[in-house]
Design a protein around this ligand. Sequence first.
Ligand code: NAP
Length: 249
Amino acid sequence: MRVAGKVALISGGARGIGGAAARLLAREGAAVVIGDLLEDEGRETASQIIDSGGRAMFVAMDVTSEDDWRRAIDAAVSAYGKLDVLVNNAGISGRFIVEETSVELWDRVMAVNAKGVFLGAKLAIPVMRQAGGGSVINISSIYGLVGSDSGASYHASKGAVRIFTKSAAIQYAKDGIRVNSVHPGFVDSPMTESYHEQPEIREARVAATPLGRMGLPEDIASGILYLASDESSFVTGSELVIDGGMTAQ
Ligand code: NAP
């Protein structure tokens, strides 16, 4: 029960990495609020948690909407009395090189992956301050640390999350609010399914990963659990890289 008594809001928590984090945090004692565009999958994940004896609820939200964030945070506080943990996890990919990236795609990826993280933090921080502190966990990527031959807007958005995290960490340390980023490597999830199904891409990604396998959503959820728990009470502004060694070379 590593997060017993805590209340966590997880954006994009219906499935993939966010779904795994919701299940793990609930199993370790947190009440979880799943915020996602995907209503059916979000409600199903919440029901599974409740069926296994955990506390969970679903809130439909689009992370690009300030009003939706306000509703989701209000729902968490109404249901469970406070907010201790925000996992800014919702994200979309944008696998186009610079010249092939349309302005519309750039704006959409930046809106979900970067503005969404900013809005979540902006609205959660006052509520966490009232609770005496908290932990904001921003899901960036190894692609927020290094470049690749297959993206432009995605790298920019995840790099923005990395450095936004450090600024927020410094600004709110005095309030007992910790802010950290998580940098997953190549993970099998609904987001990457159609990409990782292609044998040449799968093989190249596994070959580029020293530990020799794809990551699982649960690998990333374990890092999220650590940052959500008081075990990480001296950790803020840091980058937790969970990538099988991909960026160590
Ligand atoms: P996923 O399976 O697609 O899950 C992301 C969830 O976020 C989906 O349920 C998605 O719903 C939701 N979402 C997207 N846009 C949203 C919005 N505007 N408002 C609310 N919810 C929204 O992806 P994942 O692989 O678990 O990724 C989770 C996070 O990890 C993302 O930030 C991703 O960039 C990051 N990451 C993933 C990998 C990887 O290899 N999988 C590697 C590095 C970093 P829709 O399906 O409707 O879009």
